[in-house]
Write a protein that binds this ligand. Structure first.
Ligand SMILES: *Cc1c(COP(=O)(O)O)cnc(C)c1O
Length: 381
């Protein structure tokens, strides 16, 4: 059996090696390392893929969120509502820009922001909402956009974990996540569903004014060369990364299919188990399984039991991860906002009971069998 990894980018690369190697060599020979043609080609192709009018490549997914928030013209002290149960990048940039993060609960089934908790958290200072499509499951965007419209708030979708996810509205309209809200952001970190061979990110919008503002901010606030209208930053996607990503974009649907096939295998193996809750698949979207995250919530209910599974798997050379052991509202970096005292029973419950199993495009049945047997051996039920 091939060694099991959380994500196997090497095997995935070997399948497209000739194409990728040629694209990289072409960039080396052109020497257009910054802002070369592949950057524009990739942005155009990605825009066609996800349906957003404007696609702005940038250096990483964290910058994408920061640039989006800067473009909204938020002022220090303005409140931005976001789930506590997410990767730190989402919430960190809020505080970095001297805005106030307001953490709310997630839904126990989707693991995404709970619209009821979200609406309750709105105050006269609230200016924006940042839902996260966690693990590849779309947040309930229809409800979120309706709340935002009622309260005149901007919405930034953190789509770092769900690129390619289809969302169906109640009227039957379909959109890709990341192109639904006022702004969408994503990351091309190597382990993401569309991963580069280094860092990368992108921002999406259908709004011409926001697109112009974000392009300018990502480029030192420059409107024309050496004329800087606003304070910006320097955030670019390398030409080499764009060339690689453009090739991988053509395989994205295939990659999503492979992830969903592995998820189906896990679901079947764990069906009927009395301890494991398998990932919920919301009927409004097509889960793209950036992570396959189970909950050990029935029977023995403790973080110790969950951590024991991680150790049991490690002993069998099966990696597993806890995404995320400490929720945002309890992070030391937010101590000045006094959020740790907030009651977040669902978030706390999840942080103690989730465990993510290996999922990627290269898992074979032998590996999946080995993993599921090892999980079942430990949890019983
Ligand atoms: C990966 C990730 C980011 C940040 O992306 P980087 O490219 O690593 O900066 C932001 N939000 C979420 C939810 C992520 O998973």
């Amino acid at each position: 059996m091939r060694p099991i990894q959380m994500v196997d980018t090497k095997t995935q690369y070997l399948k497209i090696k000739p194409e990728v190697d040629k694209a990289v060599i072409d960039v080396l020979e052109s020497s257009a390392f910054i802002n070369g043609k592949p950057v524009h080609d990739f942005a155009a192709n990605l825009g066609t893929y996800n349906g957003a009018k404007h696609t702005i490549p940038c250096a990483n997914g964290t910058d994408a969120l920061q640039i989006a928030m800067m473009a909204l013209g938020l002022q220090p002290g303005d409140e931005v509502i976001t789930p506590s149960f997410t990767y730190i990048a989402t919430t960190e940039v809020i505080a970095l820009l001297r805005l106030t993060p307001v953490f709310v609960e997630v839904d126990a089934k989707t693991f995404c922001i709970d619209p009821v908790a979200l609406e309750k958290a709105i105050t006269p200072r609230t200016k924006a909402i940042v839902p996260v499509h966690l693990y590849g499951q779309a947040a309930p965007m229809e409800a979120i956009m309706a709340i935002a419209a009622r309260h005149n708030l901007a919405v930034i979708e953190d789509n770092a974990q769900a690129i390619g996810c289809d969302y169906t509205f109640t009227d039957g309209t379909k959109k890709k996540t990341g192109s639904i809200a006022h702004i969408g952001t994503t990351s091309f970190y190597p382990s993401k569903n569309l991963g580069g061979f280094g860092d990368g990110g992108a921002i999406f919008t259908n709004d011409d004014a926001l697109a112009a503002a974000m392009k300018m901010i990502a480029n030192h606030g420059q409107s024309r060369q050496y004329y800087h209208d606003v304070v910006g930053c320097n955030s670019r996607l390398d030409t080499i990364q764009a060339a690689i990503l453009d090739i991988k974009l053509a395989h994205l649907d295939e990659y999503i299919h492979a992830r969903r096939t592995a998820a189906d295998f896990y679901d079947n193996a764990f069906a009927g188990n009395t301890i494991i809750t398998t990932p919920y698949r919301a009927d409004y979207s097509r889960h793209v399984f950036h992570q396959y995250t189970i909950l050990l919530e029935k029977g023995e209910q403790s973080a110790g039991f969950r951590n024991g599974l991680k150790e049991h798997l490690a002993a069998k050379k099966i990696p597993a991860m806890i995404y995320y052991p400490v929720p945002g509202h309890r992070q030391q970096m937010f101590a000045s906002f006094n959020t740790a005292a907030q009651e977040m029973p669902v978030t706390d419950w999840l942080t103690q009971r989730v465990i993510s199993l290996p999922i990627h495009t290269e898992l074979d049945e032998e590996q999946l069998n080995y993993i599921t047997m090892a999980v079942l051996e430990y949890v019983g039920g």
